[in-house]
Design a protein around this ligand. Structure first.
Ligand code: TXA
Ligand code: MG
Length: 336
């Protein structure tokens, strides 16, 4: 199947692509669409055959459930059984936006969508094109990130095309994703609530609304099925340098001195310049680095280096989400 990429620059283009996308969704097909976090690969959340197509296109393991996207809180009653008071508080504060909530699932949501769990993850995205698509379709849309399973999440239509060309009929191009990291996932079926996946809505922000919420824990047994799988893996091995920025920069320089014949690609943000190598310099502020993180990783990997070296970030604020993704991408972590 040939993959069509349609842009949404003008109102006429947007209208045209919405018509195409809704026709596809109604006929049980899948469509890639932009959100403010990463691009999603969507299908009718209630159509088992459509959801099966999402798993096939991505090569996704069937026990890794999907996020159900809505365009209005009124749609919640179609997908969840009940809404705890503090979950409602989170919705009213952070929706629409990059926050996904685990809730008790409605019996009509098929098992294939939730990987057989009795819970479902729901998100109300802020991206105008995502909202327009869900509204025009009129039903909740199940969508994981639109990458091949195990690979880096897509933050542009081109990234989706690279991974899923000829596997899906349509990619809606809404330009680069503004946040660039997947949504924060919070389990609202536990007491207290717990962050299963750190993301653009930070622990600090969530704690201001639900004071006893537990931060994401790196050593806990994965409670989110997806967290047990290797993610964000470039083809080249990745060495992550973890620690304070002077120390990580020094350790990276030492690595280069010790391995003069290796072809390296470097992602860095602080200290002595790495510009004499294939490199991508990000902002030292994780908030500014995040939107370009996945694109940087993809572009460095495309130079086919022997190894990718990455300078880590501190773990406060958005740094927690950035380091979560970098740890999953890493084959080796060097503590400095
Ligand atoms: O920003 C995002 O969240 C993007 C955009 C497209 O919305 N979506 C996304 O989906 O990142 P995905 O499938 O790549 O990640 C969903 C995560 C996975 O780790 C999955 O295991 C977890 O959410 N998840 C899904 N349903 C769950 C459930 N019922 N309980 C616990 N974790 C669940
Ligand atoms: Mg994903």
């Amino acid at each position: 199947m040939e993959t069509e990429v349609i842009s949404t620059h003008s109102p006429a283009e947007l209208e045209n692509v919405m018509k195409r996308a809704v026709l596809l969704l109604r006929s049980g097909q899948v469509v890639a669409f932009p959100t403010e976090t990463v691009y999603g690969l969507g299908g009718n959340a209630f159509d088992e055959a459509a959801v099966a197509k999402i798993f096939t296109a991505k090569n996704r393991p069937p026990d890794n459930p999907l996020i159900v996207h809505i365009s209005h809180q009124d749609q919640l009653s179609e997908v969840v059984e009940c809404i705890p008071k503090r979950a409602k508080l989170l919705m009213d504060t952070f929706w629409p936006g990059p926050l996904s909530l685990v809730l008790q699932k409605h019996p009509l949501v098929p098992d294939i969508t939730t990987g057989g769990l009795n819970t479902v993850v729901v998100r109300h995205p802020a991206h105008q094109v995502a909202q327009a698509l869900i509204t025009a379709f009129g039903k909740p849309i199940a969508a994981p990130s639109a990458n091949l399973s195990g690979k880096i999440s897509p933050t542009s239509a081109q990234h989706v095309l690279t991974d899923l060309h000829d596997r899906i009929p349509l990619i809606i191009d809404g330009g680069p994703s503004t946040f660039g990291l997947e949504s924060t996932v919070v389990d609202c079926t536990t007491h207290p609530f717990i962050i299963l996946r750190p993301g653009s809505v930070t622990y600090e922000q969530l704690r201001a609304v639900v004071p006893d919420i537990l931060p994401h824990s790196t050593d806990a047994v994965p409670r989110s099925p997806g967290m047990k799988y290797r993610h964000y893996s470039p083809t080249a091995p990745v060495i992550l340098f973890d620690g304070e920025p002077h120390a990580t920069n020094t350790a990276m320089q030492q690595y280069l001195d010790k391995h003069p014949s290796q072809s390296v690609a470097i992602m860095w943000h602080f200290g002595r310049s790495m510009e004499n190598k294939v490199n991508f310099q990000l902002s030292p502020e994780p908030e500014k680095a995040a939107p370009r993180l996945f694109a940087a990783l993809r572009s460095l990997d495309e130079t086919h280096p022997d190894v990718i070296l990455i300078q880590g970030y501190g773990e406060t604020g958005l740094g927690a989400a950035v380091m979560n993704r970098l740890r999953k991408a890493a084959t080796t972590i060097i503590d400095t």
